[in-house]
Design a protein around this ligand. Sequence first.
Ligand code: HEC
Length: 115
Amino acid sequence: MKLILSLSSFMLIIGLSSPVYAGNKEAGRALVEKNNCNSCHGPDLKSPIAPAYPKLAGQHADYLFYALKAYQVNGPQVGRSNAIMAAQAKQFNVTQLKDMAAYIASLPGDLVIKK
Ligand code: HEC
């Protein structure tokens, strides 16, 4: 009994007992629209207003999530250091980042080959 209990709490801690949260596209769309991500990344998120602004549409959701998370970390050795995106990313919690990543990944784009 003790073993089963500690095994299940271990699985809970490492997240095996529940599926990984994949993000909610509709919630992500609302966040992207409300925060005007398209003002730099383009109306369709794949025609940025300047070459330094990357295309986002259709990129893998986990890539987008980790990129956004890295801007939040914004440290000297780990994370991404970019003043613009650090300011953008800092306001969101993990669920919101995953929601936006799921939405952006669902948009048509030429960054990745989808199966
Ligand atoms: C003021 C302009 C601006 C706005 C607004 C903006 N971004 Fe960005 N974004 C940038 C720039 C510039 C970069 C490239 C930064 C770098 O070099 O790391 C970037 C990079 C990114 C990346 C990394 C892409 C990659 O391929 O690595 C993601 C993801 C991203 N932005 C998502 C968003 C989201 C989501 C929003 C809205 C919440 C947003 N951006 C709003 C300018 C902007």
